[in-house]
Design a protein around this ligand. Structure first.
Ligand SMILES: [Zn+2]
Length: 302
C-alpha cells in the first residue's frame, strides 16, 4: 500500500482547463504535454511498486527542502534497507548517450540529463536525512518506464533501470528481507510531514475571467465542444457522456482552481457553463451539493 499517494500536478490540471478555454502559446502546450506524459509514466511505475509484497513505505511525489535547495522525488521507498529513490522518465523513442549527455537520435537534440537530476536529488536527500539524524544507505535509480524507449551507447554501470529490466528489478526488491519497525515509520511520517506544496501560479500563462471561453469542458478530453441533452453532457469530440450534475460541479471546481476567492453564485456558474445549462438546474445542483452562505441577494455557495 502506498503511504503517500500521487496527485496529478496542479499545474497540469490548470493548463488543461486553460487549453480548452483560451489560446495557449506553443511553449505552454509543450509544458502541458510534458507534465501529463511525466505523470502518466509515474502512474505506470506506481502500478509496479503497488504489486510488491515486501514490507515497505512507498512515498510518491515528494517535494522537500534541504538547507534552501528544493528537490523533488518521484518515488521513495523505505524498506528495512536501503532507501530506494526513483526518478521516473516516460521518454519514448531512440536516444543515445555520449560524454555524459543524452541526445534524441533523429533530431540530434540534447535533452536534460536525468542522471544529473538523480545525483542532485540523492545528494540533497542524503543531507536532508543527515540533518534529521538519519544515516541510511540510499539506492538511487533513473527508471525508464516506457517500453518504446531505447538508449544507445550507454555504459553498463549507470544507475538506470530500463523497461525490460523492471520486472526483474521488482523481483529482486521483493526477495530482499525487509522488516519495518517504529524507526521506519517515524522516518516515513517525518518525510510526509515535511512535504511542501508547490504553488503552480508562477509558471502559468496570464489569464482572466473575461478572456476565457465559457461552456462545459469534457471530463475526458477537456474539449469545449460538448452539448447538453436532457440531464447529460455529451462530448462531440471523444463521445464521452457524463451526468449533467457532475459536469456542473466540475465547472465549479474549475472556477475555484482558476479563480481562488471568487464567490460561487448561480449566475456565475450559469455564465461559466456558457448558458447551456438552465439556471433552475444549476441552482438545484448547487443547493444539493454545496453549503449556502447568507439568505438574501448576496448569498453564495461554499
Ligand atoms: Zn471529450
Amino acid at each position: 500500500m502506498c503511504y503517500k499517494p500521487r496527485a496529478k500536478p496542479m499545474e497540469a490540471i490548470i493548463l488543461e482547463f486553460l487549453n480548452g478555454r483560451m489560446f495557449l502559446a506553443e511553449k505552454d502546450k509543450q509544458r502541458l504535454h510534458y507534465l501529463v506524459k511525466g505523470y502518466e509514466g509515474e502512474v505506470m511505475f506506481d502500478a509496479l511498486t503497488e504489486k510488491l509484497h515486501c514490507q515497505r513505505y512507498t512515498l510518491n511525489d515528494l517535494l522537500l527542502d534541504s538547507s534552501g535547495s528544493t528537490f523533488q522525488i518521484d518515488s521513495l521507498m523505505v524498506t528495512q534497507e536501503p532507501l530506494y529513490l526513483f526518478e521516473v522518465k516516460n521518454f519514448e523513442g531512440d536516444y543515445f548517450y555520449e560524454n555524459g549527455r543524452f541526445h534524441l537520435v533523429y533530431k540530434d537534440k540534447e535533452i536534460k540529463n536525468p542522471l544529473q537530476q538523480l545525483e542532485r536529488s540523492e545528494s540533497l536527500l542524503r543531507q536532508f536525512l543527515q540533518n534529521l539524524g538519519y544515516k541510511l544507505p540510499i539506492e538511487a535509480y533513473v527508471v525508464f518506464i516506457n517500453p518504446e524507449f531505447h538508449l544507445y551507447q550507454a555504459p553498463q554501470n549507470l544507475p538506470i533501470i530500463y523497461p525490460n529490466q523492471l520486472n526483474r528489478f521488482m523481483n529482486k526488491v521483493n526477495k530482499r528481507p525487509s522488516t519495518l519497525n517504529g524507526f521506519h515509520k517515524k522516518l516515513a511520517d517525518q518525510l510526509v510531514s515535511m512535504h511542501q506544496v508547490k504553488s503552480p501560479n508562477d509558471k502559468l500563462p496570464p489569464y482572466d475571467y473575461a478572456g476565457l471561453k465559457k461552456g462545459n469542458l469534457c471530463a475526458a478530453c477537456h474539449s469545449l465542444k460538448t452539448s447538453v441533452v436532457e440531464r447529460k453532457l455529451f462530448c462531440d469530440v471523444c463521445g464521452h457522456i457524463e451526468l449533467l450534475d457532475h459536469a456542473v460541479l466540475r465547472g465549479v471546481e474549475e472556477l475555484r482552481l482558476l479563480f481562488p476567492g471568487m464567490k460561487i453564485t448561480t449566475v456565475v456558474v450559469y455564465d461559466w457553463c456558457g448558458m447551456a445549462v438552465s439556471m433552475k438546474t444549476i441552482r438545484r445542483v448547487l443547493m444539493q451539493n454545496l453549503r449556502i452562505s447568507g439568505k438574501t441577494k448576496g448569498s453564495f455557495f461554499m
